[in-house]
Write a protein that binds this ligand. Structure first.
Ligand code: NAD
Length: 460
């Protein structure tokens, strides 16, 4: 064993011993951990706000909206339903299995790994940890090293509030994560880009560990002919500017007909003014770009098409003004990769059919948005667009519903969590059947014959 691997191996042995002790199976322990997580948040809101302001320039209101509120709501929901979720789930036993009973018994998986991304560095480690603990697992949490100050805070707070025998935090970058991924976990939930997603899945394959990959992609927004442009513009601008566009489900680009385009841009200009005033680059209500690498990547996109709104940058402060691009070509770099920043290309399509075709020809997105007042368009969008999550007449807000499973499909990820979907994700749904010994129905046993065959066809 290499020297680097030794601490991880010891950590895993400790966690396995804790899991095998049965401690995490009791409902009292599980709800106690959820309460402790709530306390962790409540007692440290200020420190969390400060670390997020330092890493991302996150305004306090966005800390509440994008990180804390979601966590409080997930904790509340899990706490309320924990007992029901963990109970045996009775299912119907067909005639051939009578007399007998059948049920599904959720059981914890064991030791799970949660790897977070930097853009919502509190929410993305804690919101998977809620169902992991609610389901009775031990967990290793690996915050993203890119949001360094928040990662340090998580590493400080988690062992102080949560059971240190059951939850460990591992800090570090590529070298440490590579070593960590050599360990055998019972599940890995990874949030981040697809390139590292492949690395995680490859490492997991060594141990046949199942994975949940929460990836990203280009989430489209379609403006239907009869959409309310003012409302659509306001909601799109909010969804794109929240966390300076560094949101996995942010609307990535907009599709609109040529006749509506200019009115939409005008409405967006009004919304920007309304929300951020005229000096938007320096607005205190607007986050910064995480680092120079991402700043430079995003700055390059400003050369695609034509800037219709915004376009200013401050290299030193790593800030990019909310920017709307027009006349962008589908082959341009800004349309080839997920933008993950405050730049919104508005592309024109002839009609609704062309918009659907445009989306369907590309990778399945993490989220898809439609602004419409037409029930038929709504139905066609829902039926024809395959996407992780879908929202009509708004963006992002589906995240506030704990009972909506969250996750991608195709290139935007695999597996879902939040609410009960999260509890089930971190559980093995063990199926159980119990037969009575009497009466013994013998039609399944040899010797076979025409009468048994007829009865089997009738009752099988
Ligand atoms: P990141 O750089 O923070 O990486 C994510 C995790 O992978 C981190 O814990 C990091 O330490 C680890 N990592 C990085 N390189 C590694 C390597 N070579 N080997 C092993 N581990 C490694 O995040 P990112 O990839 O920049 O995240 C941005 C992407 O995440 C975007 O595509 C975004 O859409 C997506 N995202 C998805 C969700 C979701 O819930 N689906 C949420 C947020 C972000």
């Amino acid at each position: 064993m290499s020297d680097e691997a030794a601490p991880y191996k010891a950590m895993m042995e400790g966690l396995r011993a804790c899991f095998e002790s049965g401690l995490t199976r009791s409902l009292a322990w599980r709800s106690g951990q959820l309460d402790a997580m709530k306390r962790l948040l409540e007692e440290n809101e200020e420190a969390i706000g400060q670390s997020l302001a330092s890493d991302l320039g996150k305004p306090a209101q966005e800390v509440l909206l994008g990180e804390l509120s979601l966590l409080y709501s997930e904790i509340r929901h899990a706490r309320r339903h924990l007992k029901r979720w963990s109970r045996p789930r009775r299912v119907r036993t067909p005639m051939v299995g009578q007399p007998g009973r059948s049920w599904v018994q959720p059981e914890p998986l064991g030791v799970v790994l949660i790897m977070g991304a930097w853009n919502y560095p509190v929410q993305l480690v804690l919101s998977p940890l809620i169902p992991a603990l609610a389901a009775g697992n031990c967990a290793v949490v690996k915050p993203s090293e890119i949001a360094a100050r928040t990662a340090d805070l998580m590493a400080d707070l988690i062992p102080r509030y949560l059971d240190p025998h059951a939850v460990e935090v591992v800090q570090g970058g590529v070298a440490e994560t590579t070593e960590l991924l050599k360990q055998r976990f019972d599940h890995i939930l990874y949030t981040g880009g697809a390139a590292v997603g492949r690395i995680v899945m490859r490492a997991a394959a060594e141990h046949l560990t199942p994975v949940t990959l929460e990836l990203g992609g280009k989430s489209p927004a379609v403006i239907d002919r009869d959409a309310d442009l003012k409302s659509a513009a306001r909601r799109l601008i909010w969804g794109k500017c929240l966390n300076a566009g560094q949101t996995c489900i942010a609307p990535d680009y907009v599709l609109v007909t040529p006749e509506q385009r200019d009115a939409l841009i005008q409405a967006m200009a009004a919304s920007l003014e309304e929300m951020y005033g005229s000096d938007r680059l320096n607005s205190i209500d607007y986050a910064k770009i995480i680092n120079q690498r991402h700043f430079q990547r995003l700055k390059e996109y400003l050369n695609n098409g034509k800037v219709a709104l915004g376009g200013q940058v401050d290299e030193q402060a790593e800030r990019i003004e909310p920017t709307v691009l027009v006349d962008v070509q589908p082959e341009d770099p800004v349309m080839s990769e997920e933008i993950f920043g405050p730049i919104l290309p508005v592309l024109t399509v002839d009609d609704f059919d062309q918009a659907l075709e445009f989306i369907r020809r590309r990778d399945k997105p993490l989220a898809a948005y439609l602004f419409t007042g037409n029930r038929q368009s709504e139905r066609r969008f829902v039926d024809q667009i395959s996407t992780g999550n879908l929202c009509i007449n708004d963006v992002l807000m589906f995240m506030s519903v704990p009972e909506l499973p969250f996750g991608g499909v195709g290139m935007s990820g695999m597996g879902q969590y939040h609410g009960r979907a999260g509890f089930d994700r971190f559980s093995h749904l063990k199926s159980i059947m119990k037969r009575s010994r009497f009466p013994e129905i013998t039609i399944r046993f040899p010797p076979y014959g025409p009468l048994k065959m007829r009865l089997l066809k009738l009752f099988g």
